[in-house]
Design a protein around this ligand. Structure first.
Ligand SMILES: Cc1cc2nc3c(=O)[nH]c(=O)nc-3n(C[C@H](O)[C@H](O)[C@H](O)COP(=O)(O)OP(=O)(O)OC[C@H]3O[C@@H](n4cnc5c(N)ncnc54)[C@H](O)[C@@H]3O)c2cc1C
Length: 382
């Protein structure tokens, strides 16, 4: 049985997230895009309405929302400001390894605080020499007595420097390659955790991106997630779950661009009529609407599979890849429909276009998503 309708609870969540995006995010989006400040005030308000901890299970004080609920909310928040949404989403990305692989003690100790007061967390995998090839990380963790000593660095870390908790991937057995990678829970402020420079980015400027250095950073052995050598599996299982929300972010950005383009082309008059009446314009708007809808269906399908506990690596990759490609295509086309006005910072379109680009890069580039999809679609070749 296929059912595309949202239940009453989901409609209420969607409306709540939409109102939050409209009232709290959109009015501040341009300001945080220009400035250097982090949107702590918006994050605090997001916490107050339950948007930061919504995917933490109820038994640890969170909202316990399903994956489908989460992507519905994600689309609305990204529609409001995808830079702010990235801070919130990256925090969920770091909660996920604890939710999936944490012990009862780790879940209580490290998830509950995020349901009690505003805070963010970071997922720290990427290094200068290990981006798409995440298995090549060089950060090392050596066991010494009852603790691990971590040395190395990470780059491009969302919420780096503003997070209260970091999930750090490091090698406990370098010679074992990806089977030597382990994952650690590192509280913010741990001695030896050094925050490097904040990146000056093209888009998503409301979110903090920073380099991190680990200088003889000591982490208690009980902060190891799962067991030694499980880190790569933890990272991949996490990303399988969090790629659909990136796709949902793409749908939100694309929908915002489409809505602005419709509004503009209905009122902009050239050659004596609204430009929406030119067939070229209306066909472009129709194409964008089709793609936004198609992307949303891929995102919802991946989330639905996750909620059923079914295998969803390929579908999550499709949702992320298609959703972010649609965001990029739609923002480029929509900006063109605004002509010179689209290029000006007085209009929201150029920000949407700059923001769309990152969705094709982080949480695995779209080339890597295509590799994942192709591997499954083609299957073994004799
Ligand atoms: C703003 C921002 C925020 C980020 N946040 C985080 C974060 O919070 N945590 C974190 O761990 N990481 C984060 N990242 C890192 C992000 O996930 C990586 O940038 C991404 O995985 C790509 O790695 P790379 O930049 O090293 O590019 P590379 O891996 O060097 O790729 C360069 C190009 O080569 C292509 N390529 C590489 N390998 C292949 C292949 N096998 N086949 C075909 N093409 C290939 C890529 O698709 C890309 O086009 C963030 C990045 C940015 C820009």
């Amino acid at each position: 049985m296929i059912d595309f309708s949202l239940n009453e609870e989901q409609k209420a969540l969607q409306q709540m997230a939409h109102e939050f995006a409209e009232k709290e995010m959109r009015p501040r989006a341009a300001e945080y895009d220009k400035g250097e400040a982090h949107p702590d005030d918006v994050i605090k308000k997001a916490f107050e309405v339950g948007l930061i901890s919504c995917d933490i299970p109820e038994e640890y004080g969170g909202g316990g929302l399903s994956h489908l609920d989460t992507v519905i909310i994600s689309e609305e928040l990204a529609w409001g400001c995808v830079g702010m949404y990235t801070s919130i989403m990256a925090s969920s990305l770091a909660f996920t390894p604890i939710i999936l692989f944490g012990t009862e003690e780790q879940k209580k100790k490290y998830l509950i605080p995020f349901t009690e007061k505003p805070g963010l967390s970071s997922f720290c995998l990427t290094e200068r020499e290990a981006g798409s090839d995440a298995g090549a990380i060089k950060t090392k963790a050596e066991k010494k007595g009852s603790e691990y000593v971590i040395n190395g660095s990470k780059c491009f870390i969302t919420n780096g420097g503003v997070a209260d908790l970091y999930i750090v991937f490091a090698n406990t057995r370098q010679e074992k390659g990806i089977r030597g990678i382990s994952a650690f829970i590192v509280p913010g402020g741990t001695p030896g955790l050094v925050i490097g420079k904040k990146e000056d980015k093209m888009g998503h400027r409301a979110s903090n991106t920073a380099e991190l250095f680990f200088e003889d950073m000591k982490v208690p052995a009980e902060n190891l997630l799962g067991s030694e050598g499980m880190g790569f599996k933890i990272a991949m299982r996490t990303l399988d779950q969090t790629r659909a929300p990136v796709g949902a972010g793409g749908v939100g950005v694309a929908r915002a661009a489409l809505e602005h383009a419709i509004e503009f082309t209905k009122t902009r008059v050239q050659f004596g009529k609204p430009i929406a009446l030119f067939q070229n314009t209306s066909f472009k708007l129709a194409q964008m609407a089709m793609e936004v809808n198609a992307a949303r269906h891929l995102v919802w399908h991946a989330a639905w599979l996750m909620d059923r506990g079914e295998k969803c690596g390929k579908e999550s990759a499709m949702a992320k890849c298609f959703g972010s490609d649609v965001a990029m295509r739609t923002t480029v086309e929509a900006l063109q429909l605004l002509g010179g006005y689209g290029y000006m910072k007085d209009y929201p379109m150029e920000k949407l276009m700059r923001d769309a680009k990152l969705l094709q890069i982080y949480e695995g580039t779209n080339e890597i998503q295509r590799l994942v999809i192709a591997r499954e679609v083609i299957g073994p070749i004799k």
